[in-house]
Design a protein around this ligand. Structure first.
Ligand SMILES: [Mg+2]
Length: 384
């Protein structure tokens, strides 16, 4: 008896696969996508299975990858092209169910609950998803199907590459038992070490401990471990609502005539808008500044960039340039900033170990989440 039917779809070494699709002579060869080989901070973004055979892995320094597999084909990556292929694939997946949650450029959950009767069984469903992706893009995906997101994702990862694995409810215990705890959602290197102190190395070991004991040791995470070890996960598949833009504006109690004061508001709005953009995993192409004057007349100015962006500096600097273009004949009662022309994907930072702005933005986002947005303010907003 299935309570829900969840599919997890994950493209196989996506960036490298797109490269091989576009460059037939790359096929069957080790392909490594990532930053420049001679850069100290550059890391491997994706590599083909042929490169993995040499021990090359994602997130490994490029220099190390170059040592392990010096004859590999090194490509800098073409994000615009990957985003384009990703869109085609997501469109294919959307046709299966409206409850589709894209979790990265090449990965999505589908809630197929209630659609089961369209398919012979879960294997048939998985086969059709894989075939539809192959037909549309020429690429292979791995698909996991189970009652919840945790198991579905585990299933797709265990079936890679070009795999399909269905975990039926009655097989969950047998499937999970022998797996290392590292396979449980949320268990990283640190968690693994901590659990090992109690002799917990496999999911079966984990199941020997009571919920009370796990909560005592690990708090809320302990309770989650208890459930996941039993294949229990209620996390819903949340369909992305199609957000067209992100904006932020303020209306002043007293009209403002001073440009410098307006710029400080723009800095605030740029931070808020950028943080929401990144939080949604989106990139934008257009920045718009809106100004309403004391007499209620309104002016908007927009600029569209060649490259999609999600960083504070681009948003803030563009907004300032746009403000300069507006004729300030009168005091201002409202100023607003928005970004639009949104696209999915937030993996640019994979290449961007050299991209300092993004790294700073990520840190600020994390701090804001932890301490509230008031806790973290950029220097520009403090300037007087
Ligand atoms: Mg993938």
């Amino acid at each position: 008896m299935w309570t829900r039917t969840i599919a997890h779809v994950d493209m196989d070494c996506f960036f490298a696969a797109v490269e091989a699709l576009d460059n037939p002579d790359y096929r069957g060869k080790p392909v490594i996508v990532g930053g420049p080989r001679d850069s100290v901070r550059a890391v491997v973004s994706t590599c083909s299975y042929e490169a993995r055979a040499y021990g090359v892995r994602s997130a490994m320094p490029m220099s190390q990858a170059a040592r392990l597999c010096p004859h590999a084909i090194f490509v800098p990556g073409n994000m615009a092209r990957y985003v384009q292929v990703s869109r085609e694939i997501m469109r294919v997946l959307e046709a299966f169910t409206p409850i589709m949650q894209q979790v990265s450029i090449d990965e999505a959950f589908l809630d197929m609950t209630g659609c089961e009767h369209f398919y012979t069984d879960a294997l048939d469903l998985g086969t059709q998803i894989k075939q539809a992706i192959k037909d549309a893009s020429g690429l292979t995906a791995s698909v996991g199907i189970a009652q919840n997101k945790f198991l579905a994702k585990l299933a797709s990862s265990k079936s890679k590459p070009d795999g399909l694995l269905v975990i039926c409810p009655e097989d969950v215990d047998a499937f999970l038992s022998p797996l290392p705890v590292r396979d449980v959602w949320g268990v990283g290197e640190k968690g693994e070490r901590s659990l090992a102190r109690y002799g917990i190395e496999t999911v079966e070991d984990l199941r020997l401990w009571s919920k009370e004991w796990l909560v005592e040791q690990y708090g809320k995470w302990g309770a989650q471990l208890y459930d996941l070890a039993r294949g229990i996960d209620d996390d819903p598949v949340v369909a992305d609502e199609e957000q067209k833009s992100f904006g932020s504006e303020s209306t002043f109690d007293e009209d403002i005539a001073d440009r410098y004061e307006l710029v400080q508001y723009l800095a605030q709005h740029a931070r808020r808008v950028g943080s929401r953009l990144r939080g949604a995993g989106k990139l934008a192409r257009t920045v718009t500044v809106k100004v309403k004057f004391a007499d209620f007349s309104q002016v908007t100015r927009s600029k569209t960039m060649a490259e999609p962006f999600d960083d504070y500096d681009t948003i803030y600097n563009t907004a300032c340039t746009l403000l300069d273009e507006i004729d300030m004949g009168m005091a201002v009662r409202l100023i607003g900033l928005s970004v639009s022309g949104l696209s999915d994907c937030r993996q640019l930072s994979l290449f961007g170990s050299d991209n300092r702005n993004c790294a700073i933005d990520d840190v600020l986002d994390e701090l804001s989440q932890r301490y509230g947005s008031k806790g973290v303010i950029r220097g520009r907003e403090l300037e007087d």
